[in-house]
Design a protein. Structure first.
Length: 225
């Protein structure tokens, strides 16, 4: 293991992503270089179309870069088979999407149980993990509530707890506060900050929201040419 992988959990050098179209190559992500230390809370910012979501997808193993060198937990993100990528993603990464994607017929507990099973959490540990994750986001008393019985902020907290239940080392959040009012945004960002400080996870989010700057350790700006 070299000095870089000992110091950083993520190392990106001239990472790009292009897509094929009938009109030719489409650039989804301009070359970007950065390193991220373990336990960091980092925001990615940039204009619409600058590649924030594309970058998160590459970091989380939902997509693969087409250029440059990207290593996450010392894994080359360009060199994985699809099957291994899926296994790696479930083992290491928790996702919080802009559209929360909660199962509306399922309770908060059941939504987390689905993710715990996908994350291969041992059966004997599932209940404890689920209740602990809901407690971390302040929803221990809402385990039987379904999403339509909750506010938007509470639903986002369920989505956060769902990302935590498999105890990932990396959490990626794509515009997680875009549909929330200012007060709720502060509450959710405070939850994120607490998770980073108390759980020691690396937390990366994309955002346009200036409120985010009050909570993150650093901001990485993406450019669009």
């Amino acid at each position: 293991m070299n000095a870089i992988t000992q110091t950083y959990v993520i190392s990106a050098k001239d990472v790009t992503r292009t897509y094929q179209s009938e009109q030719g190559d489409v650039v989804g992500l301009q070359p970007i270089t950065f390193d991220i230390a373990p336990g960091s809370f980092i925001a990615f910012k940039g204009r619409s179309g600058s590649g924030k979501t594309t970058l998160l997808n590459c970091l989380g193993g939902l997509d693969a870069p087409t250029g440059g060198d990207l290593r996450v937990f010392d894994t080359d993100m360009s060199a994985m088979s699809d099957d291994y990528r899926t296994k790696w993603r479930r083992q290491h990464v928790g996702f919080i999407f802009q559209q929360m994607g909660l199962l509306h017929r399922f309770s908060a507990y059941e939504n987390l149980d689905v993710m715990a099973r996908l994350g291969q959490v041992p059966r004997r540990e599932r209940k404890e993990r689920i209740l602990h994750s809901l407690s971390l986001v302040g929803l221990r008393d809402y385990i039987d509530h379904r999403p339509f019985e909750m506010s938007g902020g509470q639903q986002q907290r369920v989505a956060i707890a769902r990302a935590l239940v498999a105890q990932p080392k990396l959490i990626l959040a794509d515009e997680p506060t875009s549909e929330l009012d200012s007060e709720t945004t502060h509450e959710i960002l405070e939850v994120f900050r607490t998770i980073v400080d108390e759980q020691g996870v690396t937390f990366l989010l994309s955002s346009h929201d200036p409120i985010v700057d009050e909570y993150v350790d650093d901001t990485i700006f993406l450019t669009k040419h």
